[in-house]
Design a protein around this ligand. Sequence first.
Ligand SMILES: Cc1cc2nc3c(=O)[nH]c(=O)nc-3n(C[C@H](O)[C@H](O)[C@H](O)COP(=O)(O)OP(=O)(O)OC[C@H]3O[C@@H](n4cnc5c(N)ncnc54)[C@H](O)[C@@H]3O)c2cc1C
Length: 166
Amino acid sequence: MKQGQRHILIVGGAYAGLSTVQNLISILNGKGCLASPIPLSEPKTLPSIKPRITILDERDGFFHTMGAPLAHSSSSYASTAWKAFNEIPSLGDNGISVLRGRASSLNPADKVLRFKESASGSEREVEYDYLVAATGLKREWPVVLGSLTRRDICLMRKGSLKGWKM
Ligand SMILES: Cc1cc2nc3c(=O)[nH]c(=O)nc-3n(C[C@H](O)[C@H](O)[C@H](O)COP(=O)(O)OP(=O)(O)OC[C@H]3O[C@@H](n4cnc5c(N)ncnc54)[C@H](O)[C@@H]3O)c2cc1C
């Protein structure tokens, strides 16, 4: 990490989180805000050192929630409705880090977020300068698919993983 570099932590990498990241990428690359129905003001100055950006999500990718009814009924569609974060070129191309885990608590005074890391199951902490909370609503099966990985979605569609019901 460079001296003086700020850290922006985005919790939740779905519609809100990813559109925040894509806007930040565009602004930091001098291309301004992306088209939006909400008028957005362009920043007058850009930081001399680009901030570091991290997404934290308990899923391993973006799931197109609005397509959930079709994903329930079409196996070919189900796998495409899930895009792993490492398959989204703009994230890798712009050095966006992705942490996989579930945010459990926040200390805004010290700017520290605690989360349970998916791979190890252990509690970890991450410091930030700016935090974007984009964790959406908690929706249960069958409104959305009850999985946290793309692999599980494909297995559920084949009926080989518990939890997929037609
Ligand atoms: C069937 C269906 C159809 C819909 N159709 C439309 C439509 O046509 N138009 C429309 O505008 N809206 C529609 N909606 C609503 C739309 O899906 C929501 O408005 C949208 O999902 C909100 O996006 P979001 O990014 O705020 O949150 P979400 O999509 O809920 O995403 C939240 C993200 O945060 C992550 N997360 C949650 N908690 C934690 C945590 N503690 N730690 C780490 N990560 C966490 C989740 O894994 C997820 O990736 C529809 C919804 C459904 C279910």
